[in-house]
Design a protein around this ligand. Structure first.
Ligand code: DGL
Length: 267
């Protein structure tokens, strides 16, 4: 494996840009190729078979670009089981951190809320990961189906977002959680509003930094950290590249990116 190859990053849409932000901070010398499947988002309300087909198309497309590793910057894909996505791709995959250590460290009362897509919630993957570390913890799962469509439509503030946030935060507040994990990579786009809704007594955690740290460790352990100056990173989407660009400029602090609209089945 050539350590100067780029790193692939995939998501159903723009959510993975919140992970790309942390990856760029942790790995400033690397080149990234981001793929958001904006033509078919959201994945969180689709069937497992559909999501598996779409993911395979994204990984095959990245294979053709030649990458050294792919980050699955999407919880809905990660909970399918990273090993089951590996197939015969030449590069290793890193999934989203479930953040079980982070939430258990942050929580005083061990009442933990998980906000995620309906699909992610249905697998109970985060609950299982937290309980495997601490069987005394109480985990409250909250599906938030309205968030991804709003964020994809660039609605990141205002009454509609406030109402959706309140609707999903209220049950978790009633359960008395003191820590909430954002287990969908889209949600950091509205993290401030979510944090304000819960108030200062609740810690809201985004596992993107932990995912970036896992990625860095995997590269370092395999001698794959880049040593030469990287070319510009590329942000690709399967639809609406102009909208993706605006959301990328909102999420990513600075830096030069190339933007490309792609067809995943192109030769
Ligand atoms: N950003 C994704 C996640 O982390 C998926 C959102 C969706 O497509 O429903 O789950």
């Amino acid at each position: 494996m050539n350590k100067d190859l780029p790193i692939g990053v995939i998501d159903s849409g723009v959510g993975g840009l919140s992970v790309l932000k942390c990856l760029r901070q942790a790995l400033p010398d690397e080149q990234f190729i981001y793929v958001g499947d904006t033509a078919r988002t959201p994945y969180g309300s689709r069937t497992e078979a559909e999501v598996r087909t779409f993911v395979e198309e994204m990984l095959c497309w990245l294979d053709k670009q030649q990458i050294k590793l792919a980050v699955i910057a999407c919880n809905t894909i990660t909970v399918l089981g990273i090993d089951t996505l590996q197939k015969e791709h030449k590069f290793p995959l890193v999934g989203m951190s479930k953040g079980e250590e982070l939430v258990l460290q942050a929580s005083r009362n061990k009442k933990i809320g998980v906000m995620a897509t309906p699909f992610t919630v249905s697998t109970r993957a985060h609950e299982k990961a937290i309980l495997a570390k601490d069987s005394q913890a109480q985990v409250y799962l909250q599906p938030c189906p309205d968030f991804v469509p709003l964020i994809e439509k660039e609605i990141l503030s205002g009454a509609e977002v406030q109402q959706a946030v309140a609707k999903y935060a209220d049950p978790l507040k009633a359960d008395g959680v003191d820590t909430v994990i954002l287990s969908c990579t889209h949600y950091p786009f509205i993290k401030n509003i979510i944090s304000d809704e819960f108030g200062a007594q609740v810690t809201v955690i985004d596992p993107a930094e932990a995912t970036a740290a896992l990625t860095k460790d995997l590269l370092a352990n395999n001698g794959l950290l880049r040593t030469s100056q990287a070319a510009e990173s590329i942000i690709c989407s399967t639809a609406d590249i102009g909208r993706v660009r605006r959301l990328a400029e909102f999420m990513l602090p600075q830096g030069n990116y190339l933007y490309r609209q792609i067809c995943l089945t192109e030769k």
